[in-house]
Design a protein around this ligand. Structure first.
Ligand code: NAD
Length: 416
């Protein structure tokens, strides 16, 4: 099928590359010329394992021009960003701009698929009216709409996209259902067809639940720490219960990334708009905001006066196998250390260039230089941190690196 993908960020580029690998003809549109140039040179615009191989194997085109991409596409995926504004409502600027441009170039019988995460009601109340206004056409008669939320995780995004647990498709009519059934015919996972709003909500409820699971185990972990219990033993014991499961029970310094924080905030705001009091979600967020303080408190337990000391940090990305630092827990921790007039030395295998944009003046080092500090904080569980030499070091571990636990002179885990 001929597919246009609007927004060549993490989700758009992965969607394009994976669907191209399934034999579809892909053209990506982005307003960012650098991303467009990278894709046209068959290079990945960001780090994601396996993506450059897919981009080299498949010829994906990219452009900044909607006029070049929209008219020929049978399916148009909207994959632009949906950040939260300062007031915690969802910022739909990119979505609205994309709808205007799609609408102006729309042809009869095309199917527009919303893959960006949008709070329930957005497709019906914002996206559809804009598409109808700018195209001067009617959904159902002239063009079709569907919601197809994305559940990929950065770091394992290609695997997640190609072998998803499920595919959720919200649609209004048989035509969009049939188009997406055809598109995903080779995918063997369960496919659930729902209303537009249910599909939107499935994405938010899933992210809210996963964030809740992590904040829950962090709260249990904070109690365990006081009782000298290893929370990972507790998580293992809980995880065998099939009603609970072991995934997302890794206690630590909290969750970050481009999705959980903004999606939980947007859902809280939506709930309040509807007159609901989302007590659980507010607590989930609060636990997460407070968790980065734990390694800092432990640091002060072992180093009386941190002012003037050299503190090493291993890990900047919000999780391993990505260069994404959006809402990474490393950011509030570095900010606090700088407030305390500490010299910060940091190493991350992939995310240092991105971190330099926020903290241009801290020292970017090799892992060995980072370990040569008064104390070391581990903030991301990169696999390579299991191979460093921690002998004689003071280590505060936010992610449970076993080798550090076994070797360090002084070792403190945040929840174990
Ligand atoms: P991103 O910021 O990496 O990419 C968005 C891209 O859209 C950028 O390259 C930007 O330049 C482009 N863009 C903005 N306005 C545009 C316009 N008018 N026309 C064309 N391009 C435009 O964002 P992302 O992480 O890929 O997320 C995209 C959406 O997918 C969000 O709603 C997010 O919540 C959702 N999502 C993200 C993930 C993830 O892990 N990153 C997972 C599932 C769902």
């Amino acid at each position: 099928m001929r597919i246009g993908v609007i927004g060549a960020g993490y989700v758009g580029t992965i969607t394009g590359a994976c669907l191209a690998d399934h034999g579809h003809n892909i053209i990506c549109i982005d307003i960012d010329q650098q991303k467009v140039d990278a894709i046209n040179k068959q290079k990945s615009p960001f780090y994601e394992k396996g993506l450059s191989v897919l981009l080299k194997r498949n010829e994906i085109k990219a452009t900044t021009e909607y006029t070049q991409a929209i008219p020929n596409a049978e399916i148009i995926f909207i994959c632009v960003g949906t950040p939260t504004k300062k007031d915690n409502t969802q910022d739909l600027t990119h979505i609205k701009n994309a709808c205007e441009q799609i609408g102006k170039n729309l042809q009869k019988n095309q199917t527009i698929v919303v893959k960006s995460s949008v709070v329930p009601g957005t497709t019906e109340d914002v996206i559809l009216p804009l598409l109808e206004k700018y195209s001067e056409m009617r959904e159902g008669n002239d063009f079709h709409i569907a919601v197809n939320p994305e559940f990929l995780q950065e770091g394992t995004a290609i695997e997640n996209f190609l072998h998803p647990d499920r595919i959720i498709i919200g649609c209004k009519n048989k035509k969009s259902k049939k188009t997406l059934e055809t598109l995903y015919k080779d995918f063997t996972c369960p496919k659930l067809f729902t209303s537009l709003t249910a599909a939107e909500m499935i994405k938010y409820a899933s992210n809210a639940f996963l964030s809740t699971k992590i904040s829950f185990i962090n709260e249990i972990g904070n109690i365990c720490k006081k009782l000298n219990i290893d929370t990972y033993e507790v998580a293992e014991g809980m995880g065998y219960d099939q009603r609970i499961g072991r995934a997302f029970l890794n206690a630590g310094i909290g969750w970050g990334g481009s999705c959980f924080p903004k999606d939980v905030k947007a859902l809280i705001t939506k709930a309040k708009e509807l007159g609901e009091t989302p007590r659980i979600l507010e607590s989930v967020l609060q636990v997460n905001q407070e968790q980065p303080q734990k390694p800092l408190d432990l640091l002060k337990k072992h180093i009386d006066i941190v002012k003037g000391k050299e503190i090493g940090i291993l890990g900047a990305s919000f999780k391993p196998e990505t260069d994404d630092i959006r809402e990474s827990r490393s950011i509030p921790i570095i900010k606090e250390l700088l407030k305390e007039q500490v010299t910060v030395k940091i190493y991350d295998p992939k995310a240092m260039d991105n971190l330099k944009k926020i903290f241009p003046t801290i020292s970017y080092c090799s892992p060995e230089e980072v370990l040569d500090s008064d104390a070391v904080l581990i903030l991301t569980d990169w696999e390579e941190f299991e191979h460093l030499n921690y002998k004689d070091k003071v280590v505060i571990d936010g992610r449970k690196i076993e080798k550090a636990r076994k070797e360090s002179k002084i070792y403190e885990g945040v929840c174990w």
